[in-house]
Design a binder for this molecule. Sequence first.
Ligand SMILES: C[S@@+](CC[C@H](N)C(=O)[O-])C[C@H]1O[C@@H](n2cnc3c(N)ncnc32)[C@H](O)[C@@H]1O
Ligand SMILES: Nc1nc2[nH]cc(C(=O)O)c2c(=O)[nH]1
Ligand code: SF4
Ligand SMILES: [Mg+2]
Length: 212
Amino acid sequence: MYRVKEIFYTLQGEGSHAGRPSVFCRFTSCNLWTGREKDRHRAICQFCDTDFVGTDGPGGGRFQTAADLTAAVAKTWQGRAHPRSRPYVVCTGGEPLLQLDREAVDALHTEGFEVAIETNGTRPAPEGLDWICVSPKAGTEIVLTSGNDLKLVYPQIGAEPERFEHLAFDRLLLQPMDGPDLVANTRAAIDYCLANPQWQLSVQTHKTLGIR
Ligand SMILES: C[S@@+](CC[C@H](N)C(=O)[O-])C[C@H]1O[C@@H](n2cnc3c(N)ncnc32)[C@H](O)[C@@H]1O
Ligand SMILES: Nc1nc2[nH]cc(C(=O)O)c2c(=O)[nH]1
Ligand code: SF4
Ligand SMILES: [Mg+2]
């Protein structure tokens, strides 16, 4: 069974695929925070901007099989078919690698989807994913050490960019930490990228665009 908070169609807001029409499938639960505000101060990951508790969001629910999950994703896609693009699903959460398995990836492929993931990198990934974005968190050990985007939320004490530069990712991205210090964090991320051009800036465009 797959427990999903919400499934929605929007533009990818972050990372190398920013602007790409995508179905977001947000899985319930995370291994680095319970998702409850009362636990935030003692969570391993304390800056999370997302509600991933429960299955009550738009399009959310409990899906018994990979085929059920895929049907829910497929009916959320609203793009017209075109030879230049395939339907695209971004599996996120919460931590999607607590639930996403080979069966679900295969079923999504059979339906014609390209399958991307946004993960904290602390759990192994099933084979077959088309796009892997790892966003490391201070105080954790990364087991997913290769992929496409390494998208580090900045700044994090104990997760300095230099720690990740040797990993086998196509792109290194800094994403300013949203919260009360967003303006200062954005300035600091810009300055870091300007001085260390192996890093590029990732802005959470959906937040300024006012879309999900
Ligand atoms: C909510 S997480 C879900 C996927 C996975 N658990 C992870 O952390 O990568 C989706 C993305 O949002 C980023 N994110 C979460 N809170 C953020 C914040 N306050 N500011 C900037 N990015 C944030 C995460 O680092 C991750 O790249
Ligand atoms: N538009 C949009 N883009 C996103 N990219 C990563 C997101 C996430 O929460 O994983 C996200 C999200 O929640 N919305
Ligand atoms: S690992 Fe991801 S989902 Fe979990 S608390 Fe951190 S940002 Fe949120
Ligand atoms: Mg988000």
